[in-house]
Design a protein around this ligand. Sequence first.
Ligand code: 13P
Ligand code: SF4
Length: 348
Amino acid sequence: MVDLQKLGDREVDERIAVLKEKLGEDLFIPVHHYQRDEIVQFADYTGDSLELSRVSAKTDARFIVFCGVFFMAEIARVLAARDKYVFIPNRDAGCPLADFASLEDVEAVWRVLQEVDAGGYIPVTYANSHAEVKAFCGREGGLVCTSSNVQKIFSWILDRGKRVFFMPDRNLGINTAAAMGMADEFCVVRSEPEKEREEIRGKRIVIWDGFCIVHKRFTMQQVARWRGEDPEVRIVVHPESDPEIVDASDDTGSTSKIKRLVEESPPGSKWVIGTEFNMVQRLKSEHPDKFVEPLEVSVCRNMSSIRRRDLMKTLLAIEDGDYADQVVLPEDQVRDAAAAIEKMLEIS
Ligand code: 13P
Ligand code: SF4
C-alpha cells in the first residue's frame, strides 16, 4: 500500500489522473462549487445542489465519488440506481446547518403543527438536511427543495391551500417568504413550539431556526464598506445570508446562479460575492477581465476537508474492489427520502 503522505502533490495528481483513466466510464465524480481547486480539477461535473442531484440520478457509472458534503452524497445514494456504489472521500465532511434539525426535534414540532391545523401543513426540507429528515418529509407527503427552486416549491404548497413547514435554514425560509411578498405571513419556531402555538396558528409559513455559520459571517458593515469603496460594484449573495444582507445586495441566488451572473457579465464588470471563499476565489481567477472579490473571506471547513489524498485513497479502494467505505442508508429511509426528492425534481 502506498504511503500517500510521502507523495508530493504533483505525483498524487498524476496518480489520480491514471486511476480516473483506468476506471473510465465506470467512474463519475460530481463536485460542488465550494470544493477546493485541487478537487475541482478532477470533476466530471460541477454544479449546485440541484444540478448535482439531477446528474447523480442519471449517471450510468457504477461508482459515484461525490465531492461535496455528506448530505449531498446521501442524495446521490437515494437517487442512484441500486447497483451503483456511492462514496465520499472524507466522511467527516458534514454540514453544520443540517445538524440543526434532528428527526426527533422535527417530529416534536410536527406534533404541535398537527394540533394547530391537522393535515394543513406540508413539510419541506432544504437539501442541507439529514436523510432521515428527508425521509420524514417523504412519509408525510412533503418534499425537498434547494436554493434554486425554493420559491417554486413554496408556491406549489401554498397554491394547494396548504401551509409550509420549512426546515432547517431560517434565512432561506425568511428570504423566500420576503421575495414572495409574504413577509408578514411567516413565523420562526424556536425551542418551545408549544408556547408559540398562537403565533404559529396565524401564519402560513412556519420556519425552523437553523443557520449556516459560513453565510452568517456576512455583515452590513462589509456591505457598506464595499459600497463606499466603489459604488459601481454589484453585490450578490447566497440566500443563506441574513435577510438584511440579502435586502441590501443587488441579487441573490444559488451557487450556480452566482457563477452564471459573473460568467455572463461583460468585461470590466465588478462583483462582490457573499458566499463560500473557494468558489469566489475560483471565479476571480477564471475571470481576470472582471473585478471579483469576496464580501468577506468565509471558508466552509467541511467542504474544504476533502483533499486530493482523500480522493486518491477512495479511487485506490475502488480499483482494489474494496467498497466497504461506500455510503449506505437503510432501505426504508432510501424509499421515503426518494419520494420527497423525486417530487422536488418533478416540480422544478
Ligand atoms: P447551492 O445549492 O446553492 O449550491 O448551495 C449549497 C450550499 O451548501 C450553500 O451553502
Ligand atoms: Fe453547510 Fe454552510 Fe458549508 Fe453550505 S456553506 S455546506 S450550508 S456549512
